[in-house]
Design a protein around this ligand. Sequence first.
Ligand SMILES: C[S@@+](CC[C@H](N)C(=O)[O-])C[C@H]1O[C@@H](n2cnc3c(N)ncnc32)[C@H](O)[C@@H]1O
Length: 289
Amino acid sequence: MPNAETSAARPAPVKRDDIPGWFFSLDRAAFGHLLSAQSAAGVTGDILELGSYLGRSAVLLGDHLQPGERLTVCDLFDSEAGDADNAAEMAMSYRKTLTRSAFEANYLAFHRELPEIVQAPTSVLADGRIPAGSCRFVHVDASHLYEHVAGDIAVARSALAEDGLVALDDYRSEHTPGVSAAVWEAVFTGGLRPVLLTPMKFYGTWGDAAAVREVLLRRDWRAGGYTVDEDTIAGSAVVRLNYQVKPPVERSTSRRLALDLLPPVATRATRRMLRTLRERRAAPPVPNA
Ligand SMILES: C[S@@+](CC[C@H](N)C(=O)[O-])C[C@H]1O[C@@H](n2cnc3c(N)ncnc32)[C@H](O)[C@@H]1O
């Protein structure tokens, strides 16, 4: 049921960043790179998202649909959860802001047609309505509870084609140990091969992990402002990407002390003087001066 806050008219999003959610630039770049590489290589297949909230990640998934491909999203939106723990999760994080109509309005601000929408607990997808092997990419970002995530990973495994990719959100957050448990269980007992780790998401495949690594390393991530590292986990080479942190500008000790110890009026005067000196130094030389 929409509540007072959700039913208030919200302006339509103009930029994708206007859509609230938890899908940030590094994962946007990773999704874009992997999905584009699949299309460029002639890989076709549907795309599935479990947990869409207001559409921030779904809109990007929709950008990558090729003719004949289908995006299916599954979310409770304004429906009741099937168990008390999931209901508590919904109440704490999403209920105040989430409605299906808000998702639809956001999605339609960027695409002409809505995706296939399953408004239900993700557990319903275990009934086989997503044909086995039909997907090239699955994004799992719904409940954070272990039992739910383990089920979602099983749905992803069945839905994915042989070299399909799964992205699993919140695999390492302090408040989501159930996701971590389900993800690493799938690695150590379910044959899931990790290929990429970002601060927010685990990316894996039940297919050819080495081929995905090669695709990932084709891009110059460092030039884009990211750090690149590699690890080996359970025999799989894993790329790790993160945001480059700009080192703080180092001030000389005497300058720092002066700015810290001088009274504010003197500090302001000192800053003005330093700025003037800097500007003079940066000014182009006057010809024949
Ligand atoms: C973290 S949000 C998804 C964020 C979204 N992918 C984005 O990028 O902004 C989690 C979503 O999962 C949904 N959800 C939680 N438990 C669910 C369940 N058991 N079945 C279906 N959806 C569920 C919530 O309604 C919420 O919209």
